[in-house]
Write a protein that binds this ligand. Sequence first.
Ligand code: TXA
Ligand code: MG
Length: 314
Amino acid sequence: MNEVAVARAAQALIAGHLVAFPTETVYGLGANAEDSSAVEKIYRAKNRPANHPLIVHSSSLDNARYWVREMPAFAEALGAQLWPGPITLVLKRSRFAGDFLTGGQDTVGVRVPAHPVALALLAEFEQLGGRGVAAPSANRFGKVSPTNAAAVHQELDQFISDSDLILDGGSSTVGIESTIIDCTSLLPRVLRLGAVTASMVARVTGLSLSTEGAPIRVSGSHSSHYAPIAKVLLDVQALPGDGFIALANHPTPEGIVRLAEPKDTAEYARVLYAALRTADSLGIERVVAITPKGDELSDAIFDRLQRASSNLKS
Ligand code: TXA
Ligand code: MG
């Protein structure tokens, strides 16, 4: 790890600049979560609607408490056992979590990411007096999340300033965004599927998961989210010239551009977004994805593929 780059990035955050950084899920575009004008820069760089809440990242469960007013026992268990890791907890916000972070909602999303560079950055930032780093995925609004530094440059170079930084920590190992769990009711509720599965949440909390409640604003739940330029079609016959994403046990049809052949669902999640980006960089018009099946990570992958394949634009 480049400690000098991490130290410089922590200072940049304190000074009110943006820092894109690697996490194990996807790259985030970070700003000091206490600095409204820094956070405002995130919305501008992403072209993201101002009412979409951001996740606040901390280096530990204890530091995450600063942003939270009530931590039910089951949320405590999730944080203690699954952090650092690919799970975000939505909790009642403390008075420190401003409307500019939460989209005016009375809740805040918090996460301790597992990537060593992210953890080093957060720890250094906290050393300098910072309390948390607000960070959405480092893509323009509605686009595919970046899973490596080159993809962040491609998405954001023209929308950030010379004082903003992009840290390179290699390719994200999970590859899809964190699982989001609403912890504001009696039972945990899944708001976004991810690598932490519903059964893991049930096992850690000892509770069954709620399927009730009013829909909460989650920008990832817009149907057009995560969409590449190419048209994405699921589980149909690929035609010559199409891009093709499927598990390795599916042979590549004649005349088709194989974009990824992951050997299992974990690898499928890891390579999916990069494969969709490759399709766009090759100018491929249609991508056929054969959706994986049979385990819970497949459900999370299916969720992202469905959004990528949606024609709706929001
Ligand atoms: O894996 C991840 O979660 C990545 C990395 C960078 O941590 N971040 C990420 O952020 O995916 P973003 O903003 O692209 O997606 C976070 C989702 C958004 O859809 C947002 O609406 C939802 O989390 N969210 C944040 N705070 C929330 C809250 N208080 N209530 C409900 N949803 C919330
Ligand atoms: Mg996002």
